[in-house]
Write a protein that binds this ligand. Structure first.
Ligand SMILES: C[S@@+](CC[C@H](N)C(=O)[O-])C[C@H]1O[C@@H](n2cnc3c(N)ncnc32)[C@H](O)[C@@H]1O
Length: 205
C-alpha cells in the first residue's frame, strides 16, 4: 500500500496543475451527475484526488465526504475547500478499503478514474454496494484499458515495476459492466465521449 500511495503523493502537485484533457466531456459528466443529486442527499466520493469534482458537486447536496489514500492529494483538496469556503465537503485521507467501516450509508457514491487502479475490483464494488442506500446511485468514470490500448496490458506490469506508472488493473468495458452487475447493480446510464475514452457509468442499487 505504501508504495502505491507514494506514487500518488509524488505526483499530486503535478496532477493539480494538469488541465483536464477533455473539458467538454468532463462538463457533460458533471451535468449528468447533477441530474441525480438533490439537496438532502449524502454523497461519498472515493479516490477524489485534489477534490475538484467534490467541490463542484458539494453545493448541490446536504453533505459530501470525499476520500483518497494520498495525503498530498487530500492536503491540496483541503486547501481548495478553504478557498471555496465550502463547509459541507469533508476530505478524508483513507483507502477505499476503509469504506466498509463507514457507519453511514450514502445516496450516491462516485468513483472517478480509480476503479482501474484497484487490486480487487469485485471486492471494492461489493464494499461500495454495501455503503449505498437501497435505490442509491453509483457513478463512475473508468479507463477500460483493454479497449483503449490493448498492448498496454503487457507493458503496464513492466512500467509499474520501473515505478513509471501506478498499479493498473487492465480490463475492458464488458468486464467492468459485468462486474458492476454481478454485485446487484442495475445499469442506468453508460456514455463514452469517444471510442478510446473512459467509460462513464451510472448504476443503481
Ligand atoms: C487518476 S486519480 C483520479 C482523481 C480524481 N478522481 C479525478 O478524477 O481527477 C486516482 C486517484 O485515486 C487515488 N487512489 C488510488 N488507489 C486508491 C485506493 N486504493 N484508495 C484510495 N484512493 C486511491 C489516488 O491517490 C489518486 O488521487
Amino acid at each position: 500500500m505504501e508504495r502505491k500511495t507514494r506514487f500518488w503523493n509524488r505526483i499530486a502537485k503535478k496532477y493539480e496543475a494538469t488541465p483536464i484533457k477533455d473539458e467538454a466531456a468532463y462538463q457533460y459528466k458533471l451535468k449528468i451527475t447533477q441530474g441525480y443529486l438533490t439537496p438532502e442527499m449524502s454523497v461519498l466520493e472515493v479516490g477524489c484526488g485534489t477534490g475538484s469534482t467534490a467541490l463542484i458537486h458539494g453545493p448541490f447536496v446536504r453533505k459530501l465526504v470525499a476520500t483518497d489514500f494520498s495525503e498530498n492529494m487530500i492536503n491540496i483538496a483541503q486547501r481548495k475547500a478553504s478557498q471555496h469556503k465550502s463547509d459541507n465537503v469533508e476530505f478524508r485521507c483513507e483507502s477505499i478499503d476503509a469504506i466498509s467501516d463507514h457507519p453511514e450509508q450514502y445516496d450516491v457514491i462516485m468513483a472517478h478514474s480509480i476503479l482501474h487502479l484497484l487490486d480487487d475490483l469485485d471486492s471494492s464494488l461489493q464494499d461500495l454496494y454495501g455503503r449505498l442506500k437501497p435505490g442509491g446511485y453509483f457513478i463512475s468514470s473508468t479507463a477500460c484499458i483493454n479497449d483503449m490500448v490493448g498492448v498496454f496490458r503487457y507493458l503496464a506490469p513492466i512500467a509499474y515495476r520501473l515505478r513509471l506508472i501506478p498499479y493498473v488493473n487492465c480490463f475492458g468495458i464488458d468486464d467492468l459492466t459485468q462486474a458492476v452487475k454481478l454485485q446487484g447493480f442495475t445499469l442506468r446510464d453508460q456514455w463514452q465521449p469517444s471510442a478510446k475514452a473512459a467509460v462513464f457509468l451510472v448504476a443503481q442499487k
